[in-house]
Design a protein around this ligand. Structure first.
Ligand code: SF4
Length: 198
């Protein structure tokens, strides 16, 4: 049977329900680029594990960041720009698995209890909105634990527990899909060189 299109025309072979579903899927907010069915199946298990183990991950990241900084001469020799693509690939894979990272390019996990704020449907970087449900879930995504409730819980386990109180700048969209690891390393290396000069 032919189905009606929005402009009154019909498209053969597609039911109105299927078309509606497709349109909703296209326009709906899609945390971590997962469909609703996959999100429900996934149950945020790994993301929540990361929050529960925020102290270990904080410790691990500080060693990892030091190693990356120690490799500064290598990045410099290769060229930070040339290293960007492969490092971004690895960063996306690792952080995508652990945190459902959205590759904003300016990571604040160390200040947010290892809960990625970019998974907030409103993409709030400085705390929750007023719509957290009584069960601690998001008002927009009822099946998803509020990332800011999780951020607070995770921050309580960390050494730098009060870093969550720091005010975060708005997201610089030009840094999307770039490597936070390399950017932090380049900035730390520049600061170190500056300190050595003075
Ligand atoms: S804050 Fe940005 S870089 Fe860090 S996990 Fe979230 S999206 Fe990824």
């Amino acid at each position: 049977m032919a189905s009606p299109l929005a402009d009154g025309r019909t498209k053969p072979g597609i039911s109105p329900e299927a078309m509606k579903k497709k349109a909703a899927e296209k326009g709906a907010f899609n945390p971590a680029h997962l469909t609703l069915a996959r999100r429900q199946r996934k149950s945020y298990t790994i993301r929540l594990w990361s929050v529960r183990h925020s102290r270990f991950l904080e410790w691990f990241y500080s060693h990892f960041a030091n190693t990356f900084l120690a490799l500064h001469p290598v990045w410099k020799a290769v060229g930070y720009n040339r290293a960007e693509k492969p490092v971004t690939f690895v960063e996306r894979g690792v952080k995508g698995l652990l945190f459902d990272c959205r590759m904003c390019g300016q990571c604040v996990l160390s200040s947010t209890g290892m809960s990625c704020p970019m998974n907030c449907p409103k993409q709030l970087r400085n705390g929750p909105c007023g719509g957290v449900r009584a069960n601690g879930n998001c008002e927009v995504e009822p099946d998803m634990p509020c990332v800011w409730v999780q951020a607070w819980n995770g921050s309580r386990r960390m050494n730098k527990r009060d870093a969550i109180l720091d005010v975060q700048k708005p997201v610089d969209q030009s840094l999307r899909e770039t490597s936070s690891w390399l950017r932090v390393t380049a900035l730390a290396a520049a600061a170190r060189e500056e300190a050595n000069r003075s």
